[in-house]
Design a protein around this ligand. Structure first.
Ligand code: NIG
Ligand code: FE
Length: 391
Protein backbone atom coordinates (compact mmCIF):
# COMPACT_ATOMS: atom_id res chain seq x y z
CA UNK A 1 0.00 0.00 0.00
CA UNK A 2 1.23 3.42 -0.89
CA UNK A 3 1.06 6.79 0.92
CA UNK A 4 0.24 8.90 -2.10
CA UNK A 5 -0.74 7.95 -5.62
CA UNK A 6 -0.80 10.38 -8.53
CA UNK A 7 -3.01 9.40 -11.44
CA UNK A 8 -4.34 11.19 -14.50
CA UNK A 9 -0.92 12.72 -15.23
CA UNK A 10 -1.04 14.24 -18.71
CA UNK A 11 2.73 14.38 -19.08
CA UNK A 12 5.44 13.30 -16.65
CA UNK A 13 8.92 14.82 -16.81
CA UNK A 14 11.13 12.34 -14.95
CA UNK A 15 14.70 13.47 -15.86
CA UNK A 16 15.25 9.74 -16.18
CA UNK A 17 14.41 9.23 -19.85
CA UNK A 18 11.86 10.90 -22.13
CA UNK A 19 8.63 12.34 -20.69
CA UNK A 20 5.92 9.73 -20.08
CA UNK A 21 2.28 9.97 -21.07
CA UNK A 22 -0.42 8.31 -18.99
CA UNK A 23 1.95 7.27 -16.19
CA UNK A 24 1.17 7.07 -12.47
CA UNK A 25 3.55 7.83 -9.58
CA UNK A 26 3.41 6.24 -6.12
CA UNK A 27 5.21 7.54 -3.04
CA UNK A 28 5.77 5.70 0.22
CA UNK A 29 7.66 6.90 3.31
CA UNK A 30 8.73 9.99 1.42
CA UNK A 31 10.29 8.10 -1.49
CA UNK A 32 9.05 7.30 -4.96
CA UNK A 33 8.21 3.62 -5.20
CA UNK A 34 6.53 3.37 -8.57
CA UNK A 35 6.63 5.18 -11.93
CA UNK A 36 4.78 3.50 -14.75
CA UNK A 37 1.49 2.53 -16.31
CA UNK A 38 -1.57 3.48 -14.30
CA UNK A 39 -3.06 0.02 -14.74
CA UNK A 40 -0.16 -1.59 -12.85
CA UNK A 41 0.12 1.05 -10.10
CA UNK A 42 -0.13 -0.02 -6.45
CA UNK A 43 -3.42 0.65 -4.67
CA UNK A 44 -3.84 3.98 -2.92
CA UNK A 45 -2.98 4.28 0.74
CA UNK A 46 -3.54 6.63 3.67
CA UNK A 47 -2.28 9.76 1.86
CA UNK A 48 -4.90 9.12 -0.79
CA UNK A 49 -4.89 9.66 -4.49
CA UNK A 50 -4.63 12.84 -6.51
CA UNK A 51 -6.22 12.86 -9.93
CA UNK A 52 -4.03 15.29 -11.88
CA UNK A 53 -6.71 15.70 -14.57
CA UNK A 54 -4.20 15.69 -17.43
CA UNK A 55 -1.86 18.21 -15.84
CA UNK A 56 1.92 17.92 -16.28
CA UNK A 57 4.10 16.73 -13.39
CA UNK A 58 7.78 17.61 -13.01
CA UNK A 59 10.38 17.15 -10.23
CA UNK A 60 10.36 19.83 -7.51
CA UNK A 61 12.65 22.77 -8.23
CA UNK A 62 16.12 22.65 -6.69
CA UNK A 63 17.22 26.26 -6.22
CA UNK A 64 21.00 25.91 -5.84
CA UNK A 65 22.00 29.55 -5.25
CA UNK A 66 20.24 31.98 -2.92
CA UNK A 67 21.15 34.64 -0.38
CA UNK A 68 17.68 34.71 1.13
CA UNK A 69 18.43 35.47 4.79
CA UNK A 70 18.77 39.25 5.02
CA UNK A 71 17.13 42.31 6.52
CA UNK A 72 15.61 45.26 4.69
CA UNK A 73 15.52 45.70 0.94
CA UNK A 74 17.30 47.76 -1.70
CA UNK A 75 14.40 49.01 -3.78
CA UNK A 76 15.92 52.51 -3.77
CA UNK A 77 19.19 51.22 -5.17
CA UNK A 78 17.22 49.32 -7.83
CA UNK A 79 15.39 52.51 -8.80
CA UNK A 80 18.72 54.36 -9.05
CA UNK A 81 19.97 51.70 -11.43
CA UNK A 82 16.86 52.13 -13.55
CA UNK A 83 17.78 55.80 -13.67
CA UNK A 84 21.24 54.94 -15.00
CA UNK A 85 23.47 54.08 -12.02
CA UNK A 86 25.83 51.10 -12.36
CA UNK A 87 25.94 48.08 -10.03
CA UNK A 88 29.31 47.64 -8.36
CA UNK A 89 28.53 45.30 -5.46
CA UNK A 90 28.97 48.18 -3.00
CA UNK A 91 25.32 47.95 -1.98
CA UNK A 92 26.01 44.64 -0.27
CA UNK A 93 27.31 46.68 2.67
CA UNK A 94 23.97 48.42 3.20
CA UNK A 95 22.30 45.01 3.57
CA UNK A 96 25.13 44.00 5.91
CA UNK A 97 24.39 47.03 8.10
CA UNK A 98 20.65 46.21 8.20
CA UNK A 99 21.29 42.53 8.84
CA UNK A 100 23.75 43.07 11.69
CA UNK A 101 21.19 45.08 13.63
CA UNK A 102 18.22 42.78 12.93
CA UNK A 103 17.07 40.29 15.54
CA UNK A 104 17.35 36.60 14.83
CA UNK A 105 13.57 36.34 15.10
CA UNK A 106 13.00 39.05 12.48
CA UNK A 107 15.56 37.50 10.13
CA UNK A 108 13.78 34.17 10.50
CA UNK A 109 10.31 35.64 10.01
CA UNK A 110 11.19 37.38 6.75
CA UNK A 111 13.26 34.49 5.39
CA UNK A 112 10.44 32.05 6.22
CA UNK A 113 7.99 34.16 4.22
CA UNK A 114 10.34 34.05 1.25
CA UNK A 115 10.77 30.30 1.52
CA UNK A 116 7.00 29.75 1.85
CA UNK A 117 6.45 31.75 -1.34
CA UNK A 118 9.15 29.66 -3.03
CA UNK A 119 7.44 26.45 -1.93
CA UNK A 120 4.15 27.76 -3.33
CA UNK A 121 6.04 28.37 -6.60
CA UNK A 122 7.28 24.77 -6.73
CA UNK A 123 10.62 24.80 -4.91
CA UNK A 124 11.39 21.76 -2.76
CA UNK A 125 15.15 22.28 -2.14
CA UNK A 126 17.03 25.52 -1.48
CA UNK A 127 20.68 26.38 -1.01
CA UNK A 128 21.14 29.34 1.33
CA UNK A 129 24.31 31.41 1.57
CA UNK A 130 25.34 33.60 4.46
CA UNK A 131 27.27 36.73 3.53
CA UNK A 132 25.29 39.62 5.00
CA UNK A 133 26.97 39.34 8.39
CA UNK A 134 30.68 39.48 7.61
CA UNK A 135 31.50 39.09 11.27
CA UNK A 136 31.52 35.79 13.09
CA UNK A 137 28.54 36.47 15.32
CA UNK A 138 26.21 37.59 12.53
CA UNK A 139 27.36 34.91 10.09
CA UNK A 140 26.56 32.31 12.77
CA UNK A 141 23.15 33.92 13.29
CA UNK A 142 22.42 33.55 9.57
CA UNK A 143 23.41 29.88 9.69
CA UNK A 144 21.13 29.31 12.69
CA UNK A 145 18.25 30.95 10.80
CA UNK A 146 18.88 28.65 7.83
CA UNK A 147 18.95 25.66 10.16
CA UNK A 148 15.64 26.71 11.72
CA UNK A 149 14.09 27.13 8.27
CA UNK A 150 15.10 23.53 7.55
CA UNK A 151 13.50 22.36 10.79
CA UNK A 152 10.23 24.29 10.52
CA UNK A 153 9.44 24.34 6.81
CA UNK A 154 8.85 21.47 4.38
CA UNK A 155 11.94 22.02 2.27
CA UNK A 156 15.42 20.53 1.98
CA UNK A 157 18.07 23.14 2.79
CA UNK A 158 21.81 23.19 2.13
CA UNK A 159 23.88 25.98 3.64
CA UNK A 160 26.92 27.81 2.31
CA UNK A 161 29.25 30.01 4.33
CA UNK A 162 29.89 33.18 2.28
CA UNK A 163 31.89 35.20 4.80
CA UNK A 164 33.91 36.22 1.72
CA UNK A 165 30.99 38.05 0.08
CA UNK A 166 32.72 41.41 0.31
CA UNK A 167 35.21 43.11 2.62
CA UNK A 168 33.36 44.72 5.55
CA UNK A 169 33.90 48.43 6.25
CA UNK A 170 36.03 47.81 9.31
CA UNK A 171 38.62 45.91 7.22
CA UNK A 172 38.66 47.99 4.06
CA UNK A 173 42.04 49.47 4.97
CA UNK A 174 43.47 45.91 5.01
CA UNK A 175 41.43 43.34 3.04
CA UNK A 176 44.10 40.64 3.46
CA UNK A 177 43.55 40.79 7.19
CA UNK A 178 39.87 40.04 6.65
CA UNK A 179 40.79 37.03 4.48
CA UNK A 180 43.10 35.85 7.29
CA UNK A 181 40.30 36.32 9.82
CA UNK A 182 38.01 34.15 7.70
CA UNK A 183 40.64 31.42 7.56
CA UNK A 184 41.81 31.59 11.15
CA UNK A 185 38.67 32.41 13.12
CA UNK A 186 35.49 32.18 11.09
CA UNK A 187 35.95 28.92 9.18
CA UNK A 188 36.91 26.83 12.23
CA UNK A 189 33.83 28.19 14.07
CA UNK A 190 31.25 27.73 11.31
CA UNK A 191 32.50 24.62 9.51
CA UNK A 192 30.31 22.17 11.40
CA UNK A 193 27.17 24.24 10.63
CA UNK A 194 27.66 24.72 6.88
CA UNK A 195 27.75 22.38 3.89
CA UNK A 196 29.84 24.55 1.51
CA UNK A 197 32.09 27.61 1.38
CA UNK A 198 31.74 30.29 -1.30
CA UNK A 199 33.81 33.34 -2.29
CA UNK A 200 32.77 36.29 -4.48
CA UNK A 201 35.72 36.55 -6.87
CA UNK A 202 35.39 40.05 -8.30
CA UNK A 203 37.16 43.39 -8.53
CA UNK A 204 36.28 45.14 -5.29
CA UNK A 205 35.48 41.85 -3.54
CA UNK A 206 38.13 39.05 -3.45
CA UNK A 207 41.06 38.22 -5.73
CA UNK A 208 41.75 34.75 -7.08
CA UNK A 209 44.65 34.39 -4.61
CA UNK A 210 42.53 35.39 -1.61
CA UNK A 211 39.78 33.04 -2.77
CA UNK A 212 42.25 30.17 -3.18
CA UNK A 213 43.53 30.76 0.36
CA UNK A 214 39.99 30.74 1.78
CA UNK A 215 38.67 27.81 -0.24
CA UNK A 216 41.73 25.64 0.43
CA UNK A 217 41.27 26.28 4.15
CA UNK A 218 37.56 25.45 3.81
CA UNK A 219 38.45 22.14 2.17
CA UNK A 220 40.59 21.27 5.19
CA UNK A 221 37.47 21.82 7.31
CA UNK A 222 35.48 19.54 5.01
CA UNK A 223 33.60 22.26 3.12
CA UNK A 224 33.62 21.91 -0.69
CA UNK A 225 33.77 25.11 -2.72
CA UNK A 226 31.17 27.08 -4.63
CA UNK A 227 32.48 30.21 -6.39
CA UNK A 228 30.85 33.45 -7.51
CA UNK A 229 32.69 33.68 -10.82
CA UNK A 230 32.83 35.96 -13.86
CA UNK A 231 29.67 37.87 -12.91
CA UNK A 232 30.58 41.55 -13.39
CA UNK A 233 34.12 41.23 -14.76
CA UNK A 234 36.23 38.33 -16.01
CA UNK A 235 38.31 37.79 -12.87
CA UNK A 236 39.42 34.14 -13.04
CA UNK A 237 36.87 32.60 -10.66
CA UNK A 238 35.84 29.88 -13.11
CA UNK A 239 39.41 28.68 -13.63
CA UNK A 240 39.92 28.70 -9.87
CA UNK A 241 36.74 26.64 -9.39
CA UNK A 242 38.10 24.12 -11.90
CA UNK A 243 41.55 24.09 -10.27
CA UNK A 244 40.00 23.38 -6.85
CA UNK A 245 37.45 20.86 -8.10
CA UNK A 246 34.64 23.04 -6.74
CA UNK A 247 31.07 21.79 -6.56
CA UNK A 248 29.96 24.78 -8.63
CA UNK A 249 30.97 27.96 -10.39
CA UNK A 250 28.09 30.41 -10.28
CA UNK A 251 26.80 33.33 -12.39
CA UNK A 252 29.41 32.97 -15.20
CA UNK A 253 27.90 35.83 -17.21
CA UNK A 254 31.30 36.56 -18.78
CA UNK A 255 32.62 32.99 -18.98
CA UNK A 256 34.69 32.10 -22.05
CA UNK A 257 35.01 28.88 -24.04
CA UNK A 258 38.29 28.19 -22.22
CA UNK A 259 36.48 28.54 -18.90
CA UNK A 260 33.83 26.12 -20.16
CA UNK A 261 36.47 23.55 -21.12
CA UNK A 262 38.09 23.84 -17.70
CA UNK A 263 34.75 23.46 -15.89
CA UNK A 264 33.75 20.46 -18.02
CA UNK A 265 37.13 18.80 -17.52
CA UNK A 266 36.92 19.24 -13.73
CA UNK A 267 33.21 18.27 -13.58
CA UNK A 268 32.27 21.58 -11.94
CA UNK A 269 28.57 22.46 -12.31
CA UNK A 270 27.68 25.88 -13.71
CA UNK A 271 24.92 27.49 -11.64
CA UNK A 272 23.43 30.25 -13.78
CA UNK A 273 21.32 33.10 -12.41
CA UNK A 274 19.20 34.69 -15.16
CA UNK A 275 17.30 36.80 -12.62
CA UNK A 276 20.47 38.69 -11.70
CA UNK A 277 21.41 39.39 -15.32
CA UNK A 278 17.84 40.54 -15.97
CA UNK A 279 17.62 42.81 -12.93
CA UNK A 280 21.05 44.28 -13.69
CA UNK A 281 20.03 44.71 -17.34
CA UNK A 282 23.12 42.77 -18.50
CA UNK A 283 23.40 40.08 -21.17
CA UNK A 284 22.58 36.57 -20.01
CA UNK A 285 25.32 34.03 -19.25
CA UNK A 286 26.33 31.80 -22.19
CA UNK A 287 24.23 28.80 -21.16
CA UNK A 288 24.08 27.14 -24.60
CA UNK A 289 27.87 27.47 -25.01
CA UNK A 290 28.47 25.89 -21.57
CA UNK A 291 26.17 22.99 -22.47
CA UNK A 292 27.92 22.56 -25.84
CA UNK A 293 31.21 22.20 -23.98
CA UNK A 294 29.78 19.45 -21.79
CA UNK A 295 29.26 21.46 -18.58
CA UNK A 296 26.38 20.45 -16.29
CA UNK A 297 24.18 23.53 -15.99
CA UNK A 298 21.89 24.44 -13.09
CA UNK A 299 19.50 27.40 -12.89
CA UNK A 300 18.91 29.29 -9.65
CA UNK A 301 17.03 32.36 -8.46
CA UNK A 302 20.03 33.97 -6.67
CA UNK A 303 17.33 35.41 -4.36
CA UNK A 304 18.98 38.47 -2.76
CA UNK A 305 17.97 42.09 -2.15
CA UNK A 306 20.58 43.62 -4.46
CA UNK A 307 20.73 41.95 -7.83
CA UNK A 308 17.92 39.43 -8.04
CA UNK A 309 14.94 39.59 -5.70
CA UNK A 310 13.54 36.50 -7.41
CA UNK A 311 11.62 33.75 -5.65
CA UNK A 312 10.08 32.06 -8.69
CA UNK A 313 12.06 29.37 -10.46
CA UNK A 314 9.34 29.30 -13.13
CA UNK A 315 10.26 32.85 -14.09
CA UNK A 316 13.96 31.92 -14.07
CA UNK A 317 13.17 29.09 -16.50
CA UNK A 318 11.36 31.53 -18.76
CA UNK A 319 14.32 33.94 -18.80
CA UNK A 320 16.69 31.04 -19.46
CA UNK A 321 14.64 30.06 -22.49
CA UNK A 322 13.66 33.43 -23.91
CA UNK A 323 16.80 35.46 -23.14
CA UNK A 324 19.58 32.91 -22.67
CA UNK A 325 18.59 30.52 -25.41
CA UNK A 326 18.12 27.22 -23.58
CA UNK A 327 15.46 24.82 -24.76
CA UNK A 328 12.59 24.16 -22.34
CA UNK A 329 13.93 20.66 -21.80
CA UNK A 330 17.40 21.99 -20.92
CA UNK A 331 16.01 24.70 -18.65
CA UNK A 332 13.67 22.42 -16.69
CA UNK A 333 16.43 19.84 -16.27
CA UNK A 334 18.81 22.59 -15.07
CA UNK A 335 16.27 23.91 -12.54
CA UNK A 336 15.68 20.46 -11.07
CA UNK A 337 18.30 17.77 -11.66
CA UNK A 338 21.07 20.27 -12.50
CA UNK A 339 20.61 22.03 -9.16
CA UNK A 340 20.55 18.69 -7.33
CA UNK A 341 23.78 17.60 -9.04
CA UNK A 342 25.51 20.81 -8.03
CA UNK A 343 24.50 20.10 -4.42
CA UNK A 344 25.50 16.45 -4.51
CA UNK A 345 21.89 15.38 -3.90
CA UNK A 346 21.86 12.18 -5.91
CA UNK A 347 18.25 11.27 -5.12
CA UNK A 348 16.76 14.74 -5.78
CA UNK A 349 15.60 16.36 -9.00
CA UNK A 350 14.28 13.27 -10.71
CA UNK A 351 11.16 11.12 -10.60
CA UNK A 352 12.35 7.57 -10.32
CA UNK A 353 11.89 4.71 -7.85
CA UNK A 354 14.20 5.34 -4.90
CA UNK A 355 14.25 9.11 -5.44
CA UNK A 356 12.72 11.55 -2.98
CA UNK A 357 9.01 12.18 -3.41
CA UNK A 358 9.45 15.86 -4.30
CA UNK A 359 7.36 16.93 -7.25
CA UNK A 360 5.24 19.65 -8.72
CA UNK A 361 1.89 19.33 -10.43
CA UNK A 362 1.62 22.17 -12.95
CA UNK A 363 -1.71 23.75 -13.72
CA UNK A 364 -0.82 23.29 -17.39
CA UNK A 365 -0.57 20.43 -19.86
CA UNK A 366 3.20 20.69 -20.37
CA UNK A 367 6.36 22.18 -18.88
CA UNK A 368 6.65 24.48 -21.91
CA UNK A 369 3.96 26.62 -20.29
CA UNK A 370 6.52 27.65 -17.63
CA UNK A 371 8.48 29.55 -20.29
CA UNK A 372 5.42 30.54 -22.27
CA UNK A 373 3.36 32.06 -19.43
CA UNK A 374 6.02 33.58 -17.17
CA UNK A 375 3.92 35.90 -15.04
CA UNK A 376 1.53 33.21 -13.82
CA UNK A 377 2.34 30.87 -10.95
CA UNK A 378 1.57 27.65 -12.80
CA UNK A 379 2.14 25.46 -9.75
CA UNK A 380 -1.07 23.64 -8.87
CA UNK A 381 0.41 21.62 -6.02
CA UNK A 382 3.87 21.22 -4.52
CA UNK A 383 4.55 17.79 -3.04
CA UNK A 384 7.45 17.35 -0.63
CA UNK A 385 8.37 13.84 0.48
CA UNK A 386 4.98 12.58 -0.62
CA UNK A 387 3.01 15.27 1.25
CA UNK A 388 1.13 18.16 -0.37
CA UNK A 389 2.79 21.27 1.08
CA UNK A 390 1.25 23.93 -1.17
CA UNK A 391 -1.84 24.13 -3.35
O1 NIG B 1 24.84 36.88 -6.28
N1 NIG B 1 27.36 38.74 -6.59
C1 NIG B 1 27.36 38.85 -5.38
N2 NIG B 1 26.36 38.59 -4.60
C2 NIG B 1 25.00 38.74 -4.95
C3 NIG B 1 24.55 40.12 -4.85
C4 NIG B 1 24.48 40.51 -3.48
C5 NIG B 1 23.95 41.89 -3.25
O2 NIG B 1 23.98 42.77 -4.13
O3 NIG B 1 23.47 42.06 -2.11
C6 NIG B 1 24.70 38.08 -6.28
O4 NIG B 1 24.34 38.72 -7.28
FE1 FE C 1 24.96 35.20 -5.68
Amino acid sequence: MTDLLLTGIGRLVTNDGPPLVGAAVAIENGRITYVGAEADAPSQGPGGRIDCEDRAVIPGFVDAHTHLVFAGDRADEFAQRLAGADYTGGGILSTVAATRTASEEDLFRHAARRVRRMIAAGTTTVEIKTGYGLDLETEQRLLRVAQRLAEELPVTIRTTFLGAHTVPLEFQHDPDRYADLIVEEMLPAVASDADYCDVFVEEGAFSVDQARQILEAAAVHGLPARVHAEQLSHSGGARLAAELGAASADHLDLATEDDADALAEAAVCAVLTPGASYSLRKPQAPGPMLLDHGVTVALATDCNPGTSYFESTGLVISLACVQMGLTVEQAVFAATRGGAMSLGLEDHGLIKPGGVGDLVILDAPSETHLAYRPATNLVWKTIKGGVVVAG
